[in-house]
Write a protein that binds this ligand. Structure first.
Ligand code: ADP
Ligand code: ASP
Ligand code: MG
Length: 459
Protein backbone atom coordinates (compact mmCIF):
# COMPACT_ATOMS: atom_id res chain seq x y z
CA UNK A 1 0.00 0.00 0.00
CA UNK A 2 1.46 3.36 -1.01
CA UNK A 3 0.48 6.91 -0.09
CA UNK A 4 1.09 9.53 -2.79
CA UNK A 5 1.42 13.25 -2.12
CA UNK A 6 1.46 15.82 -4.92
CA UNK A 7 2.87 19.29 -4.22
CA UNK A 8 1.59 22.57 -5.66
CA UNK A 9 3.69 22.54 -8.82
CA UNK A 10 2.68 18.93 -9.53
CA UNK A 11 -0.91 20.15 -9.98
CA UNK A 12 -0.10 23.74 -10.96
CA UNK A 13 -1.60 23.50 -14.45
CA UNK A 14 -3.90 21.09 -16.27
CA UNK A 15 -1.06 19.23 -17.94
CA UNK A 16 0.67 18.59 -14.58
CA UNK A 17 -2.61 17.58 -12.94
CA UNK A 18 -3.23 15.07 -15.75
CA UNK A 19 0.26 13.69 -15.20
CA UNK A 20 -0.55 13.25 -11.49
CA UNK A 21 -3.58 11.19 -12.50
CA UNK A 22 -1.47 9.06 -14.84
CA UNK A 23 1.12 8.51 -12.10
CA UNK A 24 -1.62 7.35 -9.72
CA UNK A 25 -3.02 5.02 -12.37
CA UNK A 26 0.39 3.54 -13.07
CA UNK A 27 0.90 2.45 -9.45
CA UNK A 28 0.92 -1.33 -9.42
CA UNK A 29 -0.50 -1.58 -5.89
CA UNK A 30 -3.71 -0.07 -4.55
CA UNK A 31 -3.25 3.53 -3.48
CA UNK A 32 -5.54 4.08 -0.51
CA UNK A 33 -4.78 7.76 -0.10
CA UNK A 34 -3.77 10.75 -2.21
CA UNK A 35 -2.69 13.93 -0.47
CA UNK A 36 -2.73 17.18 -2.43
CA UNK A 37 -1.34 20.63 -1.73
CA UNK A 38 -3.05 23.74 -3.04
CA UNK A 39 -2.64 24.28 -6.79
CA UNK A 40 0.49 26.18 -7.90
CA UNK A 41 1.08 29.28 -5.80
CA UNK A 42 -2.46 29.42 -4.38
CA UNK A 43 -1.37 29.48 -0.72
CA UNK A 44 0.92 32.47 -1.35
CA UNK A 45 -1.93 34.25 -3.15
CA UNK A 46 -4.38 33.61 -0.31
CA UNK A 47 -1.86 35.01 2.17
CA UNK A 48 -1.47 38.07 -0.07
CA UNK A 49 -5.25 38.53 -0.26
CA UNK A 50 -5.45 38.50 3.53
CA UNK A 51 -2.53 40.85 3.94
CA UNK A 52 -3.80 43.35 1.32
CA UNK A 53 -7.34 43.33 2.73
CA UNK A 54 -6.11 43.84 6.30
CA UNK A 55 -3.93 46.71 5.05
CA UNK A 56 -7.07 48.40 3.73
CA UNK A 57 -6.43 47.69 0.04
CA UNK A 58 -9.71 45.88 -0.49
CA UNK A 59 -9.78 46.53 -4.25
CA UNK A 60 -6.40 44.87 -4.65
CA UNK A 61 -7.46 41.94 -2.47
CA UNK A 62 -10.63 41.43 -4.53
CA UNK A 63 -8.68 41.65 -7.82
CA UNK A 64 -6.30 38.94 -6.56
CA UNK A 65 -9.34 36.89 -5.54
CA UNK A 66 -10.83 37.26 -9.02
CA UNK A 67 -7.57 36.06 -10.61
CA UNK A 68 -7.43 33.07 -8.30
CA UNK A 69 -11.05 32.25 -9.13
CA UNK A 70 -10.34 32.32 -12.89
CA UNK A 71 -7.27 30.14 -12.36
CA UNK A 72 -9.31 27.48 -10.57
CA UNK A 73 -12.20 27.66 -13.04
CA UNK A 74 -9.74 27.21 -15.90
CA UNK A 75 -8.47 24.08 -14.19
CA UNK A 76 -12.05 22.79 -13.89
CA UNK A 77 -12.57 23.49 -17.61
CA UNK A 78 -9.31 21.95 -18.76
CA UNK A 79 -9.53 18.72 -16.77
CA UNK A 80 -11.55 15.77 -17.84
CA UNK A 81 -14.36 16.08 -15.29
CA UNK A 82 -17.53 14.11 -15.94
CA UNK A 83 -20.72 16.04 -16.83
CA UNK A 84 -22.38 14.75 -13.65
CA UNK A 85 -19.61 16.25 -11.51
CA UNK A 86 -18.85 19.49 -13.29
CA UNK A 87 -21.71 21.62 -11.91
CA UNK A 88 -21.14 20.36 -8.38
CA UNK A 89 -17.44 21.20 -8.48
CA UNK A 90 -18.06 24.62 -10.03
CA UNK A 91 -20.68 25.36 -7.34
CA UNK A 92 -18.22 24.29 -4.62
CA UNK A 93 -15.59 26.68 -6.04
CA UNK A 94 -18.19 29.47 -6.20
CA UNK A 95 -19.04 28.94 -2.54
CA UNK A 96 -15.40 28.96 -1.46
CA UNK A 97 -14.68 32.14 -3.40
CA UNK A 98 -17.81 33.69 -1.84
CA UNK A 99 -16.27 32.89 1.57
CA UNK A 100 -12.90 34.35 0.53
CA UNK A 101 -14.54 37.61 -0.59
CA UNK A 102 -16.54 37.78 2.62
CA UNK A 103 -13.40 37.25 4.70
CA UNK A 104 -11.53 39.92 2.69
CA UNK A 105 -14.37 42.40 3.28
CA UNK A 106 -14.28 41.66 7.00
CA UNK A 107 -10.50 42.06 7.16
CA UNK A 108 -10.71 45.40 5.41
CA UNK A 109 -13.04 46.58 8.19
CA UNK A 110 -11.13 45.23 11.20
CA UNK A 111 -7.74 45.97 9.61
CA UNK A 112 -6.09 43.06 11.33
CA UNK A 113 -5.14 39.60 10.11
CA UNK A 114 -4.89 37.34 13.14
CA UNK A 115 -3.04 34.01 12.87
CA UNK A 116 -6.37 32.19 13.41
CA UNK A 117 -8.06 34.02 10.52
CA UNK A 118 -5.02 33.49 8.31
CA UNK A 119 -5.24 29.74 8.96
CA UNK A 120 -8.91 29.80 7.91
CA UNK A 121 -8.03 31.70 4.75
CA UNK A 122 -5.09 29.47 3.77
CA UNK A 123 -7.18 26.31 4.16
CA UNK A 124 -9.28 27.27 1.12
CA UNK A 125 -6.40 26.41 -1.24
CA UNK A 126 -6.29 22.72 -0.37
CA UNK A 127 -10.10 22.48 -0.17
CA UNK A 128 -10.31 23.76 -3.75
CA UNK A 129 -7.50 21.62 -5.16
CA UNK A 130 -8.84 18.39 -3.66
CA UNK A 131 -12.41 18.96 -4.85
CA UNK A 132 -11.13 19.55 -8.37
CA UNK A 133 -8.65 16.66 -8.29
CA UNK A 134 -11.22 14.26 -6.83
CA UNK A 135 -13.55 15.03 -9.75
CA UNK A 136 -10.72 14.72 -12.29
CA UNK A 137 -9.68 11.38 -10.76
CA UNK A 138 -13.26 10.12 -11.01
CA UNK A 139 -13.38 11.41 -14.61
CA UNK A 140 -10.34 9.25 -15.32
CA UNK A 141 -12.13 6.19 -13.96
CA UNK A 142 -10.42 6.04 -10.56
CA UNK A 143 -12.62 5.22 -7.52
CA UNK A 144 -11.85 8.52 -5.79
CA UNK A 145 -13.62 9.73 -2.62
CA UNK A 146 -13.13 13.22 -1.16
CA UNK A 147 -12.18 13.29 2.51
CA UNK A 148 -11.94 16.39 4.70
CA UNK A 149 -8.50 16.30 6.36
CA UNK A 150 -9.84 18.54 9.13
CA UNK A 151 -11.91 15.57 10.29
CA UNK A 152 -8.78 13.43 10.50
CA UNK A 153 -5.67 15.43 11.33
CA UNK A 154 -6.06 16.67 14.91
CA UNK A 155 -3.72 19.30 16.32
CA UNK A 156 -3.08 21.54 19.29
CA UNK A 157 -4.47 25.08 19.38
CA UNK A 158 -1.50 27.04 17.93
CA UNK A 159 -1.99 28.94 14.72
CA UNK A 160 0.54 29.34 11.91
CA UNK A 161 1.77 25.77 12.37
CA UNK A 162 0.30 23.47 15.03
CA UNK A 163 1.55 20.28 16.61
CA UNK A 164 -0.36 17.20 15.48
CA UNK A 165 -2.03 15.02 18.09
CA UNK A 166 -0.78 11.64 16.89
CA UNK A 167 -3.17 9.58 19.00
CA UNK A 168 -6.33 11.44 18.01
CA UNK A 169 -5.20 11.50 14.38
CA UNK A 170 -4.62 7.74 14.40
CA UNK A 171 -8.08 7.14 15.88
CA UNK A 172 -9.84 9.46 13.40
CA UNK A 173 -7.90 8.07 10.44
CA UNK A 174 -8.79 4.52 11.46
CA UNK A 175 -12.47 5.53 11.68
CA UNK A 176 -12.63 7.40 8.40
CA UNK A 177 -9.89 6.17 6.10
CA UNK A 178 -9.74 2.45 6.80
CA UNK A 179 -13.36 1.71 5.70
CA UNK A 180 -12.73 3.58 2.44
CA UNK A 181 -9.57 1.60 1.87
CA UNK A 182 -11.35 -1.66 2.61
CA UNK A 183 -14.04 -0.83 0.09
CA UNK A 184 -11.37 -0.30 -2.59
CA UNK A 185 -11.69 3.50 -2.73
CA UNK A 186 -8.90 6.04 -3.15
CA UNK A 187 -9.30 8.73 -0.49
CA UNK A 188 -8.41 12.17 -1.86
CA UNK A 189 -7.53 14.54 0.95
CA UNK A 190 -5.81 17.82 1.73
CA UNK A 191 -2.28 18.14 2.96
CA UNK A 192 -1.39 20.93 5.39
CA UNK A 193 -4.80 21.63 6.93
CA UNK A 194 -6.11 20.28 10.21
CA UNK A 195 -8.45 21.03 13.12
CA UNK A 196 -7.75 21.66 16.80
CA UNK A 197 -9.71 20.01 19.59
CA UNK A 198 -11.64 23.26 20.14
CA UNK A 199 -12.77 23.11 16.49
CA UNK A 200 -10.53 25.85 15.04
CA UNK A 201 -9.01 25.37 11.58
CA UNK A 202 -5.26 24.92 11.96
CA UNK A 203 -2.39 23.70 9.78
CA UNK A 204 0.97 21.97 10.02
CA UNK A 205 2.95 25.02 8.90
CA UNK A 206 3.95 26.12 5.40
CA UNK A 207 5.00 23.19 3.25
CA UNK A 208 3.17 20.90 5.69
CA UNK A 209 1.50 18.63 3.12
CA UNK A 210 4.56 16.37 3.18
CA UNK A 211 4.05 15.97 6.91
CA UNK A 212 0.34 15.12 6.44
CA UNK A 213 1.31 12.37 4.01
CA UNK A 214 3.85 10.78 6.34
CA UNK A 215 1.57 11.10 9.39
CA UNK A 216 -1.29 9.37 7.61
CA UNK A 217 1.04 6.88 5.93
CA UNK A 218 2.26 5.80 9.37
CA UNK A 219 -1.31 5.47 10.67
CA UNK A 220 -2.34 3.32 7.72
CA UNK A 221 0.81 1.21 7.89
CA UNK A 222 1.78 2.13 4.32
CA UNK A 223 4.70 0.29 2.75
CA UNK A 224 5.94 3.56 1.22
CA UNK A 225 5.12 7.28 1.21
CA UNK A 226 5.81 9.00 -2.10
CA UNK A 227 6.36 12.75 -2.24
CA UNK A 228 5.89 13.93 -5.84
CA UNK A 229 7.49 17.30 -6.51
CA UNK A 230 9.13 19.30 -9.32
CA UNK A 231 12.75 18.11 -9.14
CA UNK A 232 14.49 14.73 -9.51
CA UNK A 233 14.27 13.81 -5.82
CA UNK A 234 16.63 15.17 -3.21
CA UNK A 235 19.66 16.70 -4.85
CA UNK A 236 23.22 17.47 -3.78
CA UNK A 237 22.11 21.13 -3.38
CA UNK A 238 19.05 23.25 -4.15
CA UNK A 239 18.93 23.06 -7.97
CA UNK A 240 17.46 26.56 -8.13
CA UNK A 241 20.79 27.84 -6.72
CA UNK A 242 23.15 25.22 -8.16
CA UNK A 243 22.09 24.08 -11.64
CA UNK A 244 24.76 21.33 -11.57
CA UNK A 245 23.10 19.70 -8.54
CA UNK A 246 22.64 15.98 -9.00
CA UNK A 247 20.21 13.40 -7.73
CA UNK A 248 20.95 11.44 -4.54
CA UNK A 249 19.53 7.93 -5.10
CA UNK A 250 19.46 6.80 -1.44
CA UNK A 251 19.74 8.60 1.87
CA UNK A 252 19.12 7.82 5.52
CA UNK A 253 16.22 9.25 7.53
CA UNK A 254 18.77 11.17 9.59
CA UNK A 255 20.42 12.76 6.56
CA UNK A 256 17.13 13.77 4.95
CA UNK A 257 15.72 15.13 8.22
CA UNK A 258 18.88 17.15 8.82
CA UNK A 259 18.72 18.64 5.33
CA UNK A 260 15.08 19.55 5.79
CA UNK A 261 15.71 21.13 9.20
CA UNK A 262 18.52 23.19 7.71
CA UNK A 263 16.37 24.66 5.00
CA UNK A 264 16.07 22.23 2.05
CA UNK A 265 12.51 23.11 1.09
CA UNK A 266 12.02 19.86 -0.81
CA UNK A 267 10.69 18.23 2.39
CA UNK A 268 8.84 19.72 5.35
CA UNK A 269 11.27 19.36 8.30
CA UNK A 270 8.95 17.08 10.26
CA UNK A 271 8.10 14.70 7.43
CA UNK A 272 10.58 12.10 8.54
CA UNK A 273 9.40 11.86 12.17
CA UNK A 274 6.46 9.48 11.57
CA UNK A 275 8.50 7.61 8.96
CA UNK A 276 11.30 7.01 11.47
CA UNK A 277 8.90 5.87 14.18
CA UNK A 278 7.12 3.42 11.88
CA UNK A 279 10.13 2.65 9.67
CA UNK A 280 8.29 3.55 6.46
CA UNK A 281 10.46 4.39 3.45
CA UNK A 282 9.82 7.79 1.90
CA UNK A 283 10.45 8.26 -1.80
CA UNK A 284 10.82 11.73 -3.36
CA UNK A 285 9.93 11.73 -7.05
CA UNK A 286 9.69 14.19 -9.94
CA UNK A 287 6.16 14.44 -11.36
CA UNK A 288 7.58 16.19 -14.45
CA UNK A 289 9.90 13.27 -15.05
CA UNK A 290 8.17 10.20 -13.57
CA UNK A 291 10.74 7.82 -15.08
CA UNK A 292 13.63 9.33 -13.12
CA UNK A 293 14.79 7.37 -10.07
CA UNK A 294 14.10 10.01 -7.43
CA UNK A 295 15.42 9.55 -3.90
CA UNK A 296 14.65 6.70 -1.55
CA UNK A 297 14.93 7.59 2.14
CA UNK A 298 15.50 4.63 4.43
CA UNK A 299 16.35 3.96 8.07
CA UNK A 300 19.88 3.00 7.05
CA UNK A 301 21.37 4.05 3.74
CA UNK A 302 24.47 2.43 2.28
CA UNK A 303 27.59 4.61 2.65
CA UNK A 304 29.02 5.68 -0.66
CA UNK A 305 32.39 6.81 0.61
CA UNK A 306 31.56 10.49 0.30
CA UNK A 307 31.68 12.51 3.50
CA UNK A 308 29.16 15.12 2.30
CA UNK A 309 25.88 14.02 0.74
CA UNK A 310 24.19 17.35 0.26
CA UNK A 311 24.39 21.04 1.09
CA UNK A 312 21.47 22.98 2.52
CA UNK A 313 21.06 26.63 3.42
CA UNK A 314 18.72 28.91 5.28
CA UNK A 315 18.41 32.60 4.52
CA UNK A 316 16.95 35.41 6.60
CA UNK A 317 18.96 34.69 9.72
CA UNK A 318 20.23 37.02 12.44
CA UNK A 319 23.33 36.43 14.50
CA UNK A 320 23.15 37.68 18.10
CA UNK A 321 26.38 37.66 20.09
CA UNK A 322 26.74 38.40 23.80
CA UNK A 323 30.07 38.80 25.55
CA UNK A 324 29.88 38.96 29.31
CA UNK A 325 33.09 39.02 31.31
CA UNK A 326 30.88 39.13 34.42
CA UNK A 327 29.95 35.55 33.73
CA UNK A 328 33.51 34.26 34.00
CA UNK A 329 33.43 31.38 36.50
CA UNK A 330 29.79 32.20 37.34
CA UNK A 331 27.29 29.40 36.91
CA UNK A 332 23.82 29.75 35.45
CA UNK A 333 24.84 31.97 32.53
CA UNK A 334 23.60 29.67 29.79
CA UNK A 335 20.55 28.67 31.83
CA UNK A 336 19.43 32.29 31.92
CA UNK A 337 19.94 32.72 28.20
CA UNK A 338 18.04 29.54 27.40
CA UNK A 339 15.26 30.58 29.78
CA UNK A 340 14.95 33.90 27.98
CA UNK A 341 14.66 32.11 24.62
CA UNK A 342 12.10 29.75 26.07
CA UNK A 343 9.98 32.59 27.43
CA UNK A 344 10.14 34.39 24.08
CA UNK A 345 9.35 31.14 22.26
CA UNK A 346 12.48 31.46 20.13
CA UNK A 347 14.04 28.39 18.55
CA UNK A 348 17.67 29.08 17.62
CA UNK A 349 19.19 27.27 14.66
CA UNK A 350 22.79 27.28 15.85
CA UNK A 351 24.55 28.21 19.07
CA UNK A 352 28.22 28.45 19.96
CA UNK A 353 29.33 29.15 23.51
CA UNK A 354 32.42 29.88 25.54
CA UNK A 355 32.67 30.59 29.23
CA UNK A 356 31.98 34.29 28.76
CA UNK A 357 30.21 34.52 25.42
CA UNK A 358 27.44 33.06 23.38
CA UNK A 359 26.59 33.43 19.69
CA UNK A 360 23.08 32.54 18.56
CA UNK A 361 21.86 32.23 14.96
CA UNK A 362 18.11 32.46 14.61
CA UNK A 363 15.45 33.41 12.07
CA UNK A 364 14.75 37.11 11.63
CA UNK A 365 11.62 38.15 13.40
CA UNK A 366 10.02 40.20 16.11
CA UNK A 367 11.42 37.98 18.88
CA UNK A 368 15.02 38.92 18.07
CA UNK A 369 14.67 42.45 19.43
CA UNK A 370 13.12 41.19 22.63
CA UNK A 371 15.99 38.71 23.03
CA UNK A 372 18.55 41.46 22.54
CA UNK A 373 16.83 43.54 25.25
CA UNK A 374 16.95 40.61 27.68
CA UNK A 375 20.57 39.71 26.93
CA UNK A 376 21.71 43.31 27.29
CA UNK A 377 21.32 42.87 31.07
CA UNK A 378 24.38 40.61 31.03
CA UNK A 379 26.74 42.54 28.78
CA UNK A 380 27.22 44.09 25.36
CA UNK A 381 25.19 42.44 22.63
CA UNK A 382 25.95 42.70 18.93
CA UNK A 383 23.41 41.93 16.23
CA UNK A 384 24.24 41.04 12.65
CA UNK A 385 21.29 40.81 10.28
CA UNK A 386 21.05 39.38 6.74
CA UNK A 387 22.92 36.22 7.60
CA UNK A 388 22.57 32.70 6.24
CA UNK A 389 23.28 29.27 7.66
CA UNK A 390 25.04 26.80 5.37
CA UNK A 391 24.91 23.17 6.32
CA UNK A 392 26.83 20.22 4.88
CA UNK A 393 25.11 16.91 5.66
CA UNK A 394 26.38 13.34 5.47
CA UNK A 395 26.55 10.26 7.69
CA UNK A 396 30.34 10.09 7.20
CA UNK A 397 31.17 13.75 7.87
CA UNK A 398 32.54 13.07 11.35
CA UNK A 399 34.30 9.86 10.55
CA UNK A 400 36.15 11.17 7.49
CA UNK A 401 39.28 13.03 8.57
CA UNK A 402 39.89 16.31 6.84
CA UNK A 403 36.28 17.05 5.87
CA UNK A 404 36.21 20.33 7.80
CA UNK A 405 39.42 21.56 6.21
CA UNK A 406 38.07 20.63 2.78
CA UNK A 407 34.91 22.60 3.50
CA UNK A 408 36.76 25.73 4.54
CA UNK A 409 39.67 25.53 2.13
CA UNK A 410 37.79 27.20 -0.70
CA UNK A 411 36.16 29.75 1.61
CA UNK A 412 39.29 31.56 2.73
CA UNK A 413 37.97 34.90 1.44
CA UNK A 414 34.53 34.50 3.03
CA UNK A 415 33.57 35.91 6.42
CA UNK A 416 32.42 32.97 8.55
CA UNK A 417 30.82 33.88 11.86
CA UNK A 418 29.86 30.73 13.67
CA UNK A 419 30.84 27.13 13.09
CA UNK A 420 29.06 24.17 14.62
CA UNK A 421 30.06 20.60 14.18
CA UNK A 422 29.29 19.24 17.60
CA UNK A 423 25.49 19.38 17.74
CA UNK A 424 24.79 16.52 15.43
CA UNK A 425 26.85 13.61 14.22
CA UNK A 426 26.03 14.24 10.63
CA UNK A 427 26.24 17.92 9.86
CA UNK A 428 28.71 20.74 9.80
CA UNK A 429 27.06 24.17 9.77
CA UNK A 430 28.29 27.71 9.69
CA UNK A 431 27.00 31.25 9.29
CA UNK A 432 27.93 33.60 6.43
CA UNK A 433 26.68 36.95 5.15
CA UNK A 434 23.59 36.36 3.04
CA UNK A 435 25.21 38.21 0.14
CA UNK A 436 27.95 35.56 -0.13
CA UNK A 437 25.54 32.61 0.12
CA UNK A 438 25.25 31.69 -3.59
CA UNK A 439 29.03 31.79 -3.98
CA UNK A 440 29.60 29.69 -0.85
CA UNK A 441 27.06 27.01 -1.80
CA UNK A 442 28.35 26.82 -5.39
CA UNK A 443 31.98 26.57 -4.27
CA UNK A 444 31.18 23.82 -1.78
CA UNK A 445 29.19 22.00 -4.40
CA UNK A 446 32.07 22.34 -6.82
CA UNK A 447 34.50 20.90 -4.29
CA UNK A 448 32.45 17.93 -3.13
CA UNK A 449 30.50 16.98 -6.24
CA UNK A 450 31.78 18.57 -9.42
CA UNK A 451 35.52 17.97 -8.98
CA UNK A 452 34.79 14.40 -7.99
CA UNK A 453 32.78 14.06 -11.18
CA UNK A 454 35.65 15.38 -13.23
CA UNK A 455 37.93 12.91 -11.49
CA UNK A 456 35.47 10.20 -12.38
CA UNK A 457 34.32 9.28 -8.88
CA UNK A 458 30.61 9.78 -9.43
CA UNK A 459 28.48 7.17 -11.08
P1 ADP B 1 6.18 21.07 -3.65
O1 ADP B 1 5.25 22.11 -4.15
O2 ADP B 1 6.21 19.85 -4.51
O3 ADP B 1 6.01 20.75 -2.19
P2 ADP B 1 8.53 22.64 -2.91
O4 ADP B 1 8.73 23.92 -3.65
O5 ADP B 1 8.00 22.70 -1.53
O6 ADP B 1 7.64 21.68 -3.85
O7 ADP B 1 9.92 21.82 -2.88
C1 ADP B 1 10.63 21.55 -4.08
C2 ADP B 1 11.77 22.57 -4.24
O8 ADP B 1 12.71 22.38 -3.18
C3 ADP B 1 12.58 22.40 -5.48
O9 ADP B 1 12.00 23.04 -6.58
C4 ADP B 1 13.94 22.98 -5.09
O10 ADP B 1 14.13 24.30 -5.57
C5 ADP B 1 13.90 23.05 -3.57
N1 ADP B 1 15.06 22.40 -2.94
C6 ADP B 1 15.83 22.94 -1.98
N2 ADP B 1 16.82 22.12 -1.63
C7 ADP B 1 16.71 21.01 -2.39
C8 ADP B 1 17.44 19.79 -2.50
N3 ADP B 1 18.51 19.54 -1.74
N4 ADP B 1 17.02 18.88 -3.37
C9 ADP B 1 15.94 19.10 -4.15
N5 ADP B 1 15.21 20.24 -4.11
C10 ADP B 1 15.57 21.19 -3.24
N1 ASP C 1 -0.05 24.68 0.36
C1 ASP C 1 0.75 24.73 1.57
C2 ASP C 1 1.90 25.70 1.36
O1 ASP C 1 2.08 26.24 0.29
C3 ASP C 1 1.23 23.38 2.01
C4 ASP C 1 2.19 22.68 1.08
O2 ASP C 1 2.38 23.10 -0.05
O3 ASP C 1 2.77 21.67 1.50
O4 ASP C 1 2.61 25.94 2.29
MG1 MG D 1 6.69 21.54 -0.39
Amino acid sequence: MRILKFGGTSIGDAESAKRAIEITKSEAVHVPLLVFSAMGKTTDRLAQIGERAAAGSLGEALALTADLYSYHMQMVEALNIGADDRDGVAAYCDDIFGDIRELANGLAVVRELSPAVLDRLLAFGELLSTQIMRAAMSGAGLPAAWVDARDIVATGESHGGAEPDAEATARLAAERLVPLYESGKIAVTQGFIARSSSGAITNLGRGGSDYTASLLGAVLGAEEVQIWTDVDGIMTADPSLVPQARNIPVMSFREAAELAFFGARVLHPRTLLPAVESDIPVRVMNSRNPGSRGTLILAEAPRDGRPVKSIAYKEGMTLVTLVSARMFKAHGFLARIFNAMDRLRLAPDLIATSEVSVAIALCDGAGVEALVRELSDYGPVSVRKDQAVVCAVGESIKSTPGTASQIFEDLRDVRISLISEGGSEINLSFVVDESSLPLVVRRLHGRFFERAAIEGEVS
